[in-house]
Design a protein around this ligand. Sequence first.
Ligand SMILES: NC(=O)c1ccc[n+]([C@@H]2O[C@H](COP(=O)([O-])OP(=O)(O)OC[C@H]3O[C@@H](n4cnc5c(N)ncnc54)[C@H](OP(=O)(O)O)[C@@H]3O)[C@@H](O)[C@H]2O)c1
Length: 342
Amino acid sequence: MGIYDLLGFSAETKLTSDAPREGCTCYVVGAVLILWFLVWKYRDSLEINNFRDRYVFVTGCDSGFGNLLCRNLDRKGFRVLAGCLTEKGADDLKRVTGPYLKTVQLDVTSQDSMQKAMEWTKKEVGNHGLWGLVNNAGRALPMGPTEWMRVEDFHGVLNVNMNGVIGMTMTFLPLIKRGRGRLVNVASVLGRVAANGGGYCISKFAVESFSDCLRRDIDYFGVKVCIIEPGFFKTAVTSLEPLERELHRLWNQLTPEVKASYGDKYLDKYIKIQRLIMNAVCDSDLSKVTDCMEHALTAAYPRTRYSAGWDAKFLWIPLSYMPSWVVDVGLKLVMPRPSHSV
Ligand SMILES: NC(=O)c1ccc[n+]([C@@H]2O[C@H](COP(=O)([O-])OP(=O)(O)OC[C@H]3O[C@@H](n4cnc5c(N)ncnc54)[C@H](OP(=O)(O)O)[C@@H]3O)[C@@H](O)[C@H]2O)c1
């Protein structure tokens, strides 16, 4: 017995009275969703002004996303302070940019180097404070099966990608707070789905959680924290030759017992599959990432998270919301099996 029977209505009464009301509700929900989207789109397109008065510090500008971002921001009229790891990287960048872009030597694994860069920045920005700090510097190697790593292999990556981001942020935060500016931290889809052994995924998960904590704490002071989550792009980080060289190095440092458990063919199969995946997914259009970074720096209302690239939007981010077993099974199907697995 349904609710209509209890209330004394017949089946006909129920049908005739409910059908138009349900249709009407659908229209109202649809209209509200479209209106909400249009308002969001409009709000998302609003920009700040006076780029020429705003200073942005970017780390890791020798190559890749950082290098392209500096050139784009320079063209837009920002005052760019570019942290380069090498002198050559700084000279090359200066050659292709205008007089407002300045470079400084910066190694994000050295507190001394970060402190010196901050003192230099403080003089450059004066009373303006810093509008943006883009924590972009990063390295990925070594990547491979977790069992093949030594503890120092993790540390090398964590020192740049995790400690470097925390160190730069804490050193520069007073300048950003004064400028009521923005922090743009470059994480990765591998900070949402842990698909690789080594320090890389760990470091990017750390960037995600560090950024979330900081955003909630610092919002009171008008400082925004944005996270960029690129998919796979063709840069030095995804270059096959060093990736494969590192896999050989890791393999060579294994004990005969561990090697035997994987089998003679395992390394070759692993490299072949990695090559196939990288060639299939790596996007050469780096502007998909730098557009997100630029939005984070120029939008009146920057987003909290930016997923850059089709693979990020349609594969990795949806996967990150799925149960762990889905990723476990997916990777098991794709990656080679050790010869002595149980
Ligand atoms: N490419 C991708 O598919 C991808 C995907 C997701 C996230 N990301 C992230 O995006 C960021 C930029 O990487 P990219 O792809 O543009 O690769 P990239 O061209 O290798 O850029 C990384 C930059 O960081 C610099 N760097 C390395 N160690 C440093 C240190 N200790 N101090 C200061 N700078 C240092 C590198 O300098 P040298 O060139 O002189 O070594 C390089 O200029 C990284 O955080 C990376 O993890 C990349």
